[in-house]
Design a protein around this ligand. Structure first.
Ligand SMILES: [Zn+2]
Length: 339
């Protein structure tokens, strides 16, 4: 059943703007580790062990997790007021898209060496996919090497060029510079709601602006993002994505981890098992915590990497914090179908 009018998607690559204006300066940058944040980072935590713990806790209580120590009083922040972050109207969305297009036209071309690092492994729950955001200055190859040495399976670097060549049919796999993971797409099902409901269960301290990021994405039409603080009680049809942070050492700034039901990485997401991990190791330099939180959350909703180098969904952490217009427009398209 198609419940909402499908948006007309102009799957036009702004490729001329992307390739015509020269390179960003970061190609071939030294792979030096940014300065760790010292005492704020806390003791080193094994990211895989933490992930296993979080998932075990999710399974233990129907996928809900409230097991961590209370990291603060974030539940009282202004950003938890959903009514202050209404959905974009068609006009607001169109204005934002136009802004994005203008920005791209004036921007330098993306770093041709930029790439994502992805690890895929077929496990009992489905196809597990981890996507890593490298810190500025670290090449995807270097990050991939670290991950392989750590014993991570199915590690590969996916180049910008490959993403840019993603097939455009059936129309809701790309919008401007925004991309889905795969085509056909992976998506959250409605489960009886008019819009699918994704609840982000925040276990991080105040330095990570999870509240703010949740409601930025909530403004996207056709998909609802809700904020929960350290507890995600059962709600029929809704799901929880845990958001945690720790000192994971000098690897990535953020990591999204989830399960696809099939090896083709398309179709409905598995209801449980998506987790976002945010690294306390790094002090922001050339990126912001808001950028990283917002970016990983975009993955959780179904977005792949944006091909525009100054977008919040670009491969590498950067200074961009707003969700732009093309990312929401692409999500609005994906979720214009009731399924
Ligand atoms: Zn990413």
């Amino acid at each position: 059943m198609v419940k909402k009018s499908r948006r007309v998607i102009f799957a036009v690559l702004a490729s001329t703007a992307l390739v015509s204006a020269g390179l960003t300066g970061s190609a071939g940058a030294d792979e030096k580790n940014p300065v760790p944040s010292g005492s704020a980072a806390g003791p080193y935590v094994d990211a895989e062990a933490q992930l296993a713990e979080v998932r075990a806790a999710q399974l233990h209580s129907e996928g809900r997790w409230a097991g961590s120590a209370d990291p603060g009083k974030k539940g009282l922040q202004r950003e938890t007021r959903e009514d202050l972050y209404p959905k974009f109207t068609d006009k607001e969305l169109a204005d934002r898209v136009a802004e994005d297009q203008k920005r791209r036209a004036n921007a330098p071309a993306p770093d041709p060496d930029a790439g994502e690092v992805m690890a895929t492994e077929l496990v009992a729950e489905g196809l597990r996919v981890d996507i890593y955001t490298p810190p500025p200055g670290m090449s995807p190859e270097h990050l991939a090497d670290i991950l392989r040495k750590q014993g991570k399976k199915g590690v590969e670097v996916v180049r910008h060029g490959k993403a840019a060549a993603m097939p455009m049919a059936p129309g809701d796999c790309a919008y401007g510079s925004a991309r889905t993971f795969t085509c056909p797409v992976a998506f959250w099902t409605n489960n009886g709601f008019e819009d699918p409901l994704v609840r982000f269960n925040d276990h991080t301290p105040a330095q990570w602006p999870v509240t703010n990021a949740v409601y930025k994405w909530h403004q996207t039409p056709n998909i609802d993002s809700a904020y929960r603080f350290n507890s995600c009680p059962f709600q029929a049809g809704a799901r929880c994505v845990d958001v945690v942070s720790a000192n994971y050492g000098p690897v990535w700034t953020g990591r999204w981890s989830g399960f696809f039901p099939t090896a083709t990485q398309s179709g409905p997401y598995r209801e449980n098992g998506q987790v976002i991990q945010l690294n306390d190791y790094y002090t922001p330099a050339g990126w912001t915590r808001n950028n990283t939180v917002t970016h990983e959350m975009g993955h959780a909703l179904g977005l792949g990497h944006n091909v525009y180098s100054n977008d919040v969904m670009y491969f590498q952490a950067n200074m961009r914090e707003d969700i732009g217009g093309e990312n929401p427009a692409l999500l609005a398209s994906i979720y214009s179908v009731y399924r």
